[in-house]
Every structure is written in structure tokens, then in C-alpha cells.
Design a protein around this ligand. Structure first.
Ligand SMILES: *[C@@H]1O[C@H](CO)[C@@H](O)[C@H](O)[C@H]1NC(C)=O
Ligand SMILES: *[C@@H]1O[C@H](CO)[C@@H](O)[C@H](O)[C@H]1NC(C)=O
Ligand SMILES: *[C@@H]1O[C@H](CO)[C@@H](O)[C@H](O)[C@H]1NC(C)=O
Ligand SMILES: *[C@@H]1O[C@H](CO)[C@@H](O)[C@H](O)[C@H]1NC(C)=O
Ligand SMILES: *[C@@H]1O[C@H](CO)[C@@H](O)[C@H](O)[C@H]1NC(C)=O
Ligand SMILES: *[C@@H]1O[C@H](CO)[C@@H](O)[C@H](O)[C@H]1NC(C)=O
Length: 406
């Protein structure tokens, strides 16, 4: 009996020692301690043992004694990222999002050959995006959005052949979009599903060679930059596109006809540019729910026929679109319609909302048009704005809700 107990005791001591010594790779531990030294407030469980794999350090995950994941999102961490991060050579996933981390991103990060997920969104990293990121051939997911990165987008990112998610939005990136040349890769080579570059200070034209039919792109956000020139016709080759945001740039010229080929689009935003020529024909886009073409210089025209046929349409905004004539009453009865904003146009005559107004319709903003009378044959209880139309000059209407200035 005592012998068995002594034996068990010995065994458990041996197990403890076995775990305590060398359960975590010493190089990984040294690198984590270096990371810790550059944080003003490292996680409380860090540094309490020499074995982050055995006696867990918060957010550190291991496989076979090697640190493979750092998941430290939203922990209020303050400080900088140690260059020794590059010593954790089996790291697959690094998520430091939404912390108070500043300073530059070390080019050494390009040594982390196993890295497939890199998420640094919502920190305060500054300086250039290191071109060495292009060495991370396993990378699937790259999110550097909401930081203060400056400089250009490294062309080397085009070499990330496995990447499916690229998000560099809301930084201070400048320069043009790099496309491949004979000697260098470019963003045209990517097979990403999502590419979000919105709200930077990118400039130059959107290159014709950026788009091709082999792409898998479904969400493209280039809005809120300083792109110039016209929208390249090659955009029509990317049939997989579901969301296309090009608003808030300096784009000019008329839209390429090929844009009509993007029949899988759900959302289209071209607002706040200097586009000219006819309004696009969106009639074939049967899944389209959100459209904003406001504040361009399109040719004056009557309401296009797709105003009354797009069955998925929830939100239509065309402010200052040069539209005149009658607003088709059918559009207020579209099955999904919620919001119609057509202010600062020249719609005239009588506004009739039809007999079949969708109960989900919440806002009809027709401020500052030339509408001279209103015919309501069905009840509509939500917001209608006709302020700034001749119909509101009539004494009997001037106090009506629809004539109030909001
Ligand atoms: C890493 O990237 C840099 C810059 O893009 C490049 O010069 C270097 O050859 C790459 N190194 C490896 C090992 O791929
Ligand atoms: C980009 O556009 C913004 C807003 O139109 C402007 O303030 C800024 O000066 C432009 N930047 C460049 C680099 O052209
Ligand atoms: C758009 O589609 C039409 C017919 O569906 C085709 O003839 C045309 O080549 C396409 N254009 C582009 C740029 O894909
Ligand atoms: C159109 O431009 C006006 C004036 O610059 C701006 O206030 C409004 O928000 C713009 N509309 C849209 C939909 O962006
Ligand atoms: C009314 O709309 C026209 C464009 O049709 C625009 O030029 C004008 O500034 C708008 N007025 C107001 C008060 O918004
Ligand atoms: C509406 O405006 C158009 C273009 O200015 C004009 O031809 C038409 O007669 C107007 N319709 C009404 C009912 O005022």
C-alpha cells in the first residue's frame, strides 16, 4: 500500500517536472518576454511562469510546445510591438486588434513564414506598411485597417497568392494602386474576395489592368480616396462583384457600358465624384438593394425604367442627379423599398405615390425639386419631404408636415 502511494507520488512529481521543464520552447518564451517588456500593461497572467504553453498566459495558444497563436484583441494593451515577434517562428495567427499599440510594424514580420492570419485593426501603428509582408506566402487574412500607416501600398502584397481578405482601410496611405509589371507583382494578381482600401489618400487612376475575369472579388471598397480618371471598362469582367464602392473620389468621364454586366451587385455607390454621361442602366442587376449615385454630373434625364422594376431595391439615393419629369409611382410600391432620396433634382408635375405604397417605406426625400402638386390615394404615414418644391408655396400646404424644413 505505502509502496503504491509512494510510487504515485513519485510519478506525479515526475509529471510536474516533465511539464515544468521545456514544455514551452525557450526561444518562444524569450520572445514573449521581449513583447511583454514593451507593453506598459501586459496581461496579468503573463510572466507568472516560464511555460506559457503549460501554465497558460492569456491569449497565448500553443501546439507541440510551440506558440502558434496570439489572440490579444481588445485588452487595452499600451505600448509598441517588439521586433522579437519575428522569433516566434511557428506563429500562425497574430491578432492584436483594438489596442493602444503604436510605433512602426517591424519588417521582421516577413520572417514569420507560417503566418496565415494578421489582424492589427484599430491600433495606432504608423510608418510604412513593410514590403516584407509580401513574403508571408501562407497569409490568408490581412487586416491593417484603422491605423495611421503612411506611404504607399507595397506592390509585394500582390505576391500573396493565398490571400482572400485584404483590408487597409482608414489609414493615411498615398500614391497609386500598384499593378504588376514584367518584374514586379501588383494587386491585379490577388485572388481576394474582399479588398477594402477606403478612406485613405490614394490617388492616380484606377488602372485598367487591375481587373480581370479570373478574379474572385466580391467586395471592393475604394471610396473616400483621391482617385481620378474614368472607371475602367475592365470592371465589367469581375462578374463576382457584389459590393462596389467608388464614391467620394475625383472620378470623371462617363461610366463604361460594361458596368451593366455586373449582374450580381447588391450595393453600388458612385456618389460624390464628377461622373458625366448617362445614368447607368441597372435593369439587369436583380439583386441590387442599395444604390447611391448622388452628386455627380450625369446628363439630365427622366427617371430610368429600373426605378420601378428592381425588386430587391431598399435604398435609392440620387441627389443632384439632373432628373426631371414624373417620378414613377410604381417605385413606392417596390417590394423591398425603404428609402428614396432624390433631393436637388428637377422632378416636376404631380407627385403620385400610387395605390400600393410599401408599408416598409420610411423616407421619401424630394426636397428642392419642381413638384407642383401632390396626389395621395393610399395612406402613407412615414416621412415625406417636399420642402423647396412649388407645392409648398400654396397657402393651404405651407403648414403641412411634408412642407416642413428638416
Ligand atoms: C522578403 O521581402 C523582401 C522585400 O520585398 C525581398 O527583398 C526579400 O527577397 C524577401 N525575402 C525572402 C526570403 O523571401
Ligand atoms: C485628397 O482629397 C481631399 C478631399 O477632396 C483633399 O483635401 C486632399 O488635399 C487631397 N489630397 C491629395 C493628395 O490630393
Ligand atoms: C457584357 O456582356 C455582354 C453580353 O452579356 C457582352 O457582349 C460584353 O462583352 C460584356 N462586356 C464586358 C466588358 O464584359
Ligand atoms: C451631396 O453633396 C452634399 C453637399 O456637398 C452633401 O451634403 C451630401 O451629403 C451629399 N450627398 C450624399 C448622398 O453623399
Ligand atoms: C436645389 O437643387 C439644385 C440642383 O437641382 C442645386 O443647384 C441647388 O443648390 C439646390 N438648392 C438648395 C437650397 O439645396
Ligand atoms: C417637366 O419638365 C420638363 C423638362 O423641363 C418639361 O418638358 C415638362 O413639360 C414639365 N412637365 C410639367 C408637368 O411641368
Amino acid at each position: 500500500m505505502t509502496l503504491i502511494i509512494a510510487g504515485l507520488l513519485l510519478l506525479s512529481i515526475a509529471t510536474c517536472i516533465g511539464l515544468g521543464s521545456g514544455a514551452s520552447d525557450p526561444n518562444d518564451v524569450a520572445a514573449l518576454r521581449s513583447l511583454m517588456s514593451q507593453l506598459q500593461n501586459p496581461p496579468q497572467t503573463w510572466g507568472k511562469s516560464d511555460d506559457p504553453c503549460g501554465t497558460p498566459w492569456e491569449g497565448v495558444m500553443c501546439s507541440e510546445s510551440r506558440v502558434t497563436m496570439l489572440k490579444l484583441s481588445t485588452m487595452g494593451l499600451k505600448g509598441t510591438l517588439s521586433t522579437d515577434i519575428a522569433q516566434i517562428t511557428q506563429l500562425h495567427s497574430l491578432d492584436l486588434s483594438y489596442n493602444d499599440l503604436s510605433g512602426t510594424l517591424t519588417p521582421n514580420i516577413g520572417n514569420l513564414k507560417q503566418l496565415s492570419v494578421l489582424i492589427l485593426t484599430g491600433c495606432k501603428f504608423s510608418g510604412n506598411i513593410p514590403q516584407e509582408l509580401g513574403n508571408l506566402s501562407q497569409l490568408l487574412f490581412l487586416d491593417l485597417s484603422l491605423n495611421q500607416f503612411t506611404g504607399t501600398i507595397p506592390a509585394s502584397l500582390g505576391g500573396l497568392s493565398n490571400l482572400y481578405w485584404l483590408d487597409l482601410a482608414k489609414n493615411k496611405l498615398t500614391g497609386s494602386l500598384p499593378v504588376s509589371t514584367r518584374d514586379t507583382p501588383g494587386l491585379d494578381l490577388l485572388k481576394v474576395e474582399q479588398c477594402n482600401l477606403q478612406k485613405n489618400q490614394l490617388s492616380g487612376v484606377i488602372p485598367e489592368s487591375l481587373f480581370s475575369s479570373g478574379m474572385k472579388l466580391s467586395r471592393l471598397h475604394l471610396n473616400g480616396n483621391n482617385f481620378t480618371g474614368s472607371i475602367p471598362a475592365s470592371i465589367g469582367l469581375v462578374r463576382s462583384l457584389e459590393i462596389l464602392y467608388l464614391g467620394g473620389n475625383d472620378l470623371s468621364g462617363s461610366l463604361p457600358f460594361s458596368i451593366n454586366n455586373l449582374t450580381n451587385l447588391n450595393e453600388l455607390n458612385l456618389a460624390n465624384n464628377k461622373l458625366t454621361g448617362p445614368l447607368p442602366n441597372l435593369a439587369q442587376m436583380s439583386s441590387l438593394h442599395t444604390v447611391d449615385l448622388s452628386n455627380n454630373s450625369f446628363d439630365a434625364s427622366e427617371a430610368p425604367s429600373w426605378f420601378s422594376t428592381l425588386q430587391s431595391l431598399t435604398t435609392l439615393k440620387i441627389e443632384s442627379g439632373g432628373l426631371y419629369g414624373q417620378i414613377p409611382s410604381q417605385m413606392f410600391g417596390l417590394p423591398a423599398i425603404q428609402q428614396v432620396v432624390l433631393k436637388n433634382n428637377a422632378f416636376n408635375g404631380t407627385l403620385s405615390m400610387g395605390n400600393n405604397i410599401n408599408q416598409g417605406l420610411m423616407v421619401v426625400d424630394l426636397q428642392n425639386n419642381s413638384i407642383s402638386s401632390l396626389k395621395l390615394t393610399a395612406s402613407y404615414k412615414h416621412t415625406l419631404i417636399l420642402f423647396g418644391n412649388p407645392v409648398c408655396n400654396a397657402v393651404r400646404n405651407s403648414n403641412a408636415d411634408f412642407c416642413l424644413e428638416l
